[in-house]
Design a protein around this ligand. Structure first.
Ligand code: NAP
Length: 290
């Protein structure tokens, strides 16, 4: 049987460590770290993710602010509020939950966030810092994956890592982190990659961040490989009260028995992304209060 990379457990451990720091901050009579979240529209999944982030703030003792806009809000108005958050001394970090309505440019919104408060790690400056000696606020999901790997003491040095999916928030930054911090030999696959299985089968560590359930089957995986499934898709499930369940990109039931380690979905990378947001907020707080 494979070992489970239990993101839920590791994130709980890390939240415990953060809560202790918050207790010390309070004991010194200082204000606690403060995370703000901007959400636009009424997308149910986005609201669920945001609730998870707010609950995490409550668990560790951070202050939080939630600002909700109607989906008709203009880009100009949103940027005005972002600029206010950039200036607000009381807010250490903030995020704008994506996706955004089509009339709003994610690129322009992201770049209007101060890199010092960009706790999602999406801005060009923070993304670029991955390959510098002065890493700043690292992209949250890849940061969470690297922390999960580190806490399970999985060796990355010299290993063949294959990352399927090359998005700006997941695959691309993670491939750079595996190369830069992990010392791995990294192959990045995407929609145009020919013979995907030819690449994935060579992976000692296979990371998948595509959003296509069933993409990775057991024939595409080397025996004993470490499998990290970032994908999260809601699929209909009438047997559940909610009417849906969450699945990754990897066919878990058949891949897990041949894997060395594997992340479940849910309960693998998702909780690590949230805890990375808290770690980045703590870092932003520390920089400001240094
Ligand atoms: P995205 O922006 O749509 O990027 C998907 C990537 O997959 C793109 O690079 C795309 O290639 C590539 N791709 C598409 N079809 C492919 C195929 N058949 N074979 C190989 N590569 C293919 O998505 P994203 O934002 O990165 O999210 C990906 C998944 O991760 C989603 O399910 C999302 O919900 C999940 N996610 C989870 C977390 C978490 O905390 N667990 C965080 C972020 C995202 P091109 O570049 O060529 O288009």
């Amino acid at each position: 049987m494979p070992a489970i990379l239990d993101g839920r457990k590791i994130s709980k451990d890390i939240k415990g460590e953060i809560a202790q720091k918050v207790t010390s901050i309070k004991a010194e009579g200082k204000r606690v770290p403060h995370l703000a979240i901007i959400i636009v529209g009424d997308d149910v999944a986005s609201h669920t993710y945001v609730n998870g982030k707010i609950n995490a703030c409550k668990e560790v003792g951070f202050d939080f602010t939630l600002m909700h806009f109607a989906s008709t809000v203009s880009e100009k108005k949103l940027i005005k509020h972002i600029e206010q958050f950039n200036e607000d001394e009381d807010i250490d970090g903030f995020i704008v939950q994506i996706p955004l309505p089509e009339h709003i440019s994610v690129e322009r919104i992201t770049e209007s966030i101060s890199p010092w408060k960009d706790v999602d790690g999406f801005t060009n400056q923070n993304f670029g810092s991955i390959v510098s000696r002065n890493q700043r606020l690292l992209p949250a999901t890849p940061f969470g994956v690297m922390e999960l790997i580190r806490r399970y003491e999985i060796q990355t040095e010299g290993k063949n890592c294959v990352v399927v999916g090359a998005s700006r928030i997941a695959g691309a930054p993670l491939s750079l982190m595996l190369l830069q911090d992990g010392g791995a030999t990294v192959t990045v696959c995407h929609k145009l990659t020919e013979n995907l299985a030819g690449h994935t089968k060579k992976a000692d560590i296979l990371v998948v961040a595509v959003g296509k359930p069933g993409l990775i089957t057991k024939e595409m995986v080397k025996e004993g490989a470490v499998i990290i499934d970032i994908g999260i898709t809601r699929v209909e499930d009438t047997s559940r009260k909610s009417g849906f369940r969450l699945v990754g990109d990897v066919v878990y039931d058949t891949v897990a028995p041949i894997a060395g380690y594997i992340t479940p979905v849910p309960g693998g990378v998702g909780p690590m992304t949230i805890v990375s947001l808290l770690l980045n907020t703590l870092k932003a707080y520390g920089v400001k209060n240094a």
